[in-house]
Design a protein around this ligand. Sequence first.
Ligand code: BES
Ligand code: MN
Ligand code: ZN
Length: 496
Amino acid sequence: MTTLKISDGLVKDDVLVVGLASTNTKGGIAIESGDLALDVEYLISSLTDLGATGAADEVTKMPGGPARMIVFTGLGSKSTSYSNEILRRAAGSAARMLNGASSATFAFPTKDITAVAAIAEGVALGAYVFNEFRGSTKAERKDALKSATVYTKLASKTEARAAIHRAQIIAKYTHLVRDLINTPPSHLTPDSFTKILTKSFKDAGGLKAGLKVKIWDEKQLKTQGFGGIIGVGQGSANPPRLLHIEYTPKARNTKRYAFIGKGITFDTGGLNLKPGLGMEAMKSDMSGAAAVCAATLAIAELGLPVAIECWAPLAENMPSDSATRPSDIITIFGGKTVEVLNPDAEGRLVLADGLVKAQESKNKLDGIIDVATLTGAQVIALGTRTSAVMTNNQKFSDSFLEASKDAGEQFWPMPLPVELRASLDSPVADLANIGDKNGGMLVAGLFLKDFVSNELPWLHLDIAGPAYNEGKAHGYTPVGGTGIALRSLVRLVEQA
Ligand code: BES
Ligand code: MN
Ligand code: ZN
């Protein structure tokens, strides 16, 4: 993890990173180094020779400057007030190019503390490598940037220091989400997921931080009636688990949210086996569980005054002689029956158990949020960088969308049209696990809605596309697990 610092003094780091913008004049560029003065004329002529344009995600390295190397990172069109997300991405793009470097100063325009926070986040989020499974002799095995300084006149403000501290925690837990997603199912099973989280739970301060953890094994899940988790997990040699993390803040009479994350450590499709092409991406089918668990630990480490009850139903969806067959009927926790017409629609089954269990809480909940890589239809509808929000409560959804905007995560509201619900009717059970193919993302949302009280504000986040980046790295987003949803959840809690 990159150590973040803040300064307005002499640049002491090996590398200096500054912004580069494109101006109105044809081919014109402008250096944006915020509060740090530079010999601009000389640099501009070199940059022009190199063909630098200042476009987003363009990173240009040059020897010299006040450090050993100067790095220019694109901000797009020149502006008097860059958005925080532009700064976050530009910082991230540069940080990604600095693997193996020991220290870098980032000098960008910082109009206020939120800009300082965004730059710090972008750096720490971009400085991520997943080298867990590389041979030690491999040349690519370079560590991420070790230390980074955000350069700003606001350095002495206590709010600036708090922003740096917060960015450090956000990055630490986003990296945890990414690591979990990138770890293949040979090394990540429902059981090992609970073990990794138990270790992180201790690192986050454990009981002293107001945290509690509880794990159900397959026997307990069976005897206590978690038919969704059992039904999905019974085809696998790696038995299912249910992980519960509870955070109780020091402050009393606070709001209380429940988080539920889809934790399929690998989704083969079960007996509705998925085609081989692209199946490897299904190691990311536990992204929701990773995001809610890590968000809960981040909220605890930040000491935020909101109680969280986090649930991660964990299972591996495999085909075998013990797997759930199409037409099997399972009983979700609480008694509703589901005809499993397609064992590949498994996420909604484990989430249903989780949603019902979460609503058994002895304490009154102010909101319940599930996070899941739930449908391919989400990717078709919104692409790979925009996630969907569905809800039974407009106000709750609006405040979440505001939080996600602040956090720099793209979410978009989607409807839950009542007329689609009939397609989930079953002739033999309370409902079927698949319905109309058209609007598949909404049908999945309507399935979950059946397991949530109408009175309880509920959000369903479908992150199927954005959770896992199969394309090129961009901004602060690496290839593989992205960590999407964590920042929005933390922000929602901060703003509660
Ligand atoms: N995990 C998948 C959804 C998914 C697809 C996530 C692509 C990320 C990228 C989910 O369990 C699934 O298989 N959904 C089915 C549902 C269908 C059978 C109703 C789907 O979307 O095809
Ligand atoms: Mn599936
Ligand atoms: Zn799945």
